[in-house]
Design a protein around this ligand. Structure first.
Ligand SMILES: CSC[C@H]1O[C@H](OP(=O)(O)O)[C@H](O)[C@@H]1O
Length: 317
């Protein structure tokens, strides 16, 4: 099952807003439809957004729609703008987009091996993760959850603890769905339990994905990642970022200048269309946070392991 693909002159993608209840696909034939799917997280996850952006340029070549609004549809994941730029600069945008798709499939396999090898070296069998970083966030297999899948396939996964990931519940809805499909041992936890469970020794390592990695290693990822990094450091367990090279943005010097998507109060005040908070309550809803490089043990990409704990950085490793 590919999360996103090009089939019969259209983008076909899993509608992730319907999971875990229904596995359904959207057939996208205009850039406007693609932008809507990106904004409502029918398609989501940095690598998947890179492929979507590139395929969107191929659509625009057919429909004549502008690509600027596509490039800006979500600001934090560097991959979306990168995918649009790559395809727009290519003589054949569709061919370039299909290569990006295939490169992502290979990258996720490579990250799984490098990450599982690194964790084996630490004797880690119980891992904690936030949000969703499986095949649903890429084309196939994914990043951090791709490492967990590789561990499971090798028989070295004792348990994955997945944060539910409020407010949109990517962990409870998507990661738990993917882990169940692969038959991997897992349990869900509420987000605020993560640091405490690390303090109580519930996991041997924390694995997260990334939406944008700055040149110094500061990493933007789903809200809650920073808290896990603080908890991991206090507990003395490795904190690993798993992301393809395409998520590294050397043009961004540090995390302080990364734009953090604000998704507005509604997602916090209600859930599944049911109002949680009293009328009149306000809410803050940053979709991502930034983990400083000095709290990250290593960044595992499809080509290398960047040991931030040894002074390496993405621009010097
Ligand atoms: C494979 S990295 C995916 C990355 O994207 C997620 O955010 P969202 O669900 O809002 O697209 C989260 O930050 C993941 O780590």
């Amino acid at each position: 099952m590919r999360t996103i693909d090009w089939i019969d002159e259209a983008i076909v993608l899993v509608d992730q807003t319907r999971l875990p209840g229904d596995l359904t696909y959207l057939r996208i034939t205009t850039v406007a439809e693609l932008i809507d799917a990106i904004k409502r997280l029918a398609v989501r996850g940095a690598p998947a957004l890179g492929v979507a952006g590139a395929l969107g340029v191929a659509l625009a070549a057919r429909t004549g729609e502008p690509i600027g609004p596509l490039r800006e549809a979500r600001p934090t994941a560097v991959n979306l703008a990168w995918g649009v730029d790559q395809a727009a600069a290519a003589p054949d945008p569709l061919a370039r987009a299909l290569r990006i798709r295939d490169e992502d499939i290979a990258a996720c396999l490579a990250m799984g091996v490098l990450g599982a090898d690194l964790l084996a070296g630490h004797g880690a069998t119980r891992v904690m993760t936030v949000c969703n970083t499986g095949g649903l966030a890429a084309v196939e297999r994914g990043t951090a959850l791709g490492v967990i899948q590789t561990m499971h396939e090798r028989g070295t996964l004792r348990e994955a603890l997945a944060l539910e990931t409020r407010p949109l519940l990517q962990g409870a809805r998507l990661t738990a769905w993917e882990l169940a499909r692969m038959g991997a041992p897992h349990r869900l936890i509420v987000d605020s339990a993560g640091p405490f469970l690390l303090a109580r020794g519930a996991a041997d390592a924390v694995l997260i994905g990334a939406d944008r990695i700055a040149a110094n290693g500061d990493t933007a990822n789903k809200i809650g990642s920073y808290a896990l990094a603080l908890g991991a450091r206090r507990a003395g367990v490795p904190f690993l970022v798993i992301a393809p090279e395409t998520t590294i943005d050397l043009a961004t010097p540090g995390g302080d200048v990364i734009t953090i998507e604000d998704r507005g109060p509604a997602e916090v005040l209600s859930i599944g269309g049911v109002r949680l908070a009293p009328e009149g309550a306000g809410a803050l809803n940053p979709a991502f946070d930034v983990t400083p490089a000095d709290l990250i043990t290593a960044i595992v990409t499809d080509r290398r392991v960047i040991r931030l704990d040894r002074g390496e950085t993405p621009d010097h490793a």
